[in-house]
Design a protein around this ligand. Structure first.
Ligand code: GRF
Length: 203
């Protein structure tokens, strides 16, 4: 299965997917990486892995539709079948998502539905939760609102700050995302409304 990975930043989740795809037994390969940020380090990670890396700068397009059309062109040119958002900081339209008929995944650094949107780790600290974590979910037109495929929890420690908590969650993101991608692309995740039934829940 050919994956397209959309990025905006450092790309540590992209790296986790690249590493997983490099293993013989993993049922997917990263066919293309698209960044909306020209300087994203994630692009270096793609190049180092020999994966086509394309910049589609949202600032260089007159409209969201044109921006998304450029992304779709890059994904289409490389035969992408599933899209993984990995630190991608733009909202995608229902039209874009419809092109992939629900085959778009995202990783978010909170236990959704708590703390959607930006700075999720900071939101968790400010709310004083004792357990935080990450979620991999199908992407719908909302912000971090799609059906949940898997989650991983981490403790919030008394002396945690945004940096230490984010680092602890990131370790779990890197473990969870490839697991969830494997289940999704092999058809082991079925949808029942907003609930997913997963053959072997990635815990
Ligand atoms: C991660 O916490 C991810 O969940 C969030 O952005 C952070 C950085 O991701 N969306 P990456 O290192 O660019 O993959």
């Amino acid at each position: 299965v050919r994956l397209g990975v959309l990025v905006s930043g450092g790309g540590s989740n992209l790296q986790a997917l690249l590493d997983a795809c490099a293993r013989e037994d993993f049922p997917a390969e990263v066919a293309c990486v698209v960044s909306n940020v020209p300087t994203a380090y994630a692009l270096e990670r793609a190049r180092a892995a020999g994966v086509p890396a394309v910049v589609v700068d949202h600032k260089a397009h007159a409209s969201k539709a044109a921006f998304e059309a450029a992304i779709l062109e890059a994904l289409g040119a490389t035969g992408v079948q599933w899209v993984c958002l990995a630190g991608f900081m733009r909202l995608l339209s229902a039209d874009f998502l419809g092109r992939f008929a629900g085959r778009v995944l995202n990783v978010h650094p909170s236990l959704l539905p708590s703390f959607p949107g930006l700075h999720a780790q900071r939101q968790a600290l400010e709310r004083g939760v004792k357990v935080a974590g990450c979620t991999v979910h199908f992407v719908d037109a909302g912000t971090d609102t799609g059906p949940i495929i898997g989650q991983a929890a981490v403790p919030v420690l008394p002396d945690d700050d945004e940096k230490s908590l984010s680092a602890r969650i990131l370790v779990e993101e890197h473990r969870l995302y490839p697991l969830a991608v494997r289940l999704a692309v092999t058809g082991q995740v079925t949808l029942d409304g907003v609930r997913t039934r997963v053959a072997a829940a990635p815990s």
